[in-house]
Design a binder for this molecule. Sequence first.
Ligand SMILES: *Cc1c(COP(=O)(O)O)cnc(C)c1O
Length: 224
Amino acid sequence: MPSVTSRLLDIQSRIPRGVTLVAVSKFHPVEAIREAYDAGQRDFGESRAQELAVKAPAMPEDVRWHFIGHLQTNKVRQIMPHVSLIHSIDSIRLLRIVDSEAARIGRTVDVLLQVHVAREETKFGFTPDELLAELPAQWQPADTSSVRVRGVMGMASLTDDNSRIAADFSEIARVFRELREGLFAGVATFDTISMGMSDDFGIAIDAGSTMVRIGTDIFGAREY
Ligand SMILES: *Cc1c(COP(=O)(O)O)cnc(C)c1O
């Protein structure tokens, strides 16, 4: 089996400049993360609060930790000292709690709004309509001073149909553009579209992704 280092270099060579690679290290041990770190990788993604809280202190301070899983409000405090970017804000309530927890420890945290476009009912996130029509009535960027909303995150439907996947990613990119021209008009830091995983990151990049989240193609299969 190829090493983490060689897989990482291969993925990096397939991602254009300007697209950030988040190496999704969930369920993999610190030793594997360390190997990727030694190969130059600094952005790592985790999906469980407890796992992030254990791994972060075991790694150097210049790692940028991304929280990509569903975030329960009672876990926000656990990740707050460690996390650079929370990809999975899926309610206004969670956004406000993240803001107050960040303020409580005197920091600012970057977040993304999760958009639900996939056909599966089980995926979390705001629908496009909730973001474009309802969010502006209930929340404004100036309402929360310790979170910076940097953009959106989304996933495509679970399917082998590449045209369906491309349509899902285009929809996420459209929501991003409408928010940038609407609720976030003039906010220069609203600049991130997080979409694309091991199986579909090429399609996501073609659709405008600025950040891909890749686990299996770097670290191998996960054991659940
Ligand atoms: C696990 C996970 C990934 C990485 O998936 P791979 O298919 O292993 O690349 C990306 N994004 C989210 C939200 C995940 O939960």
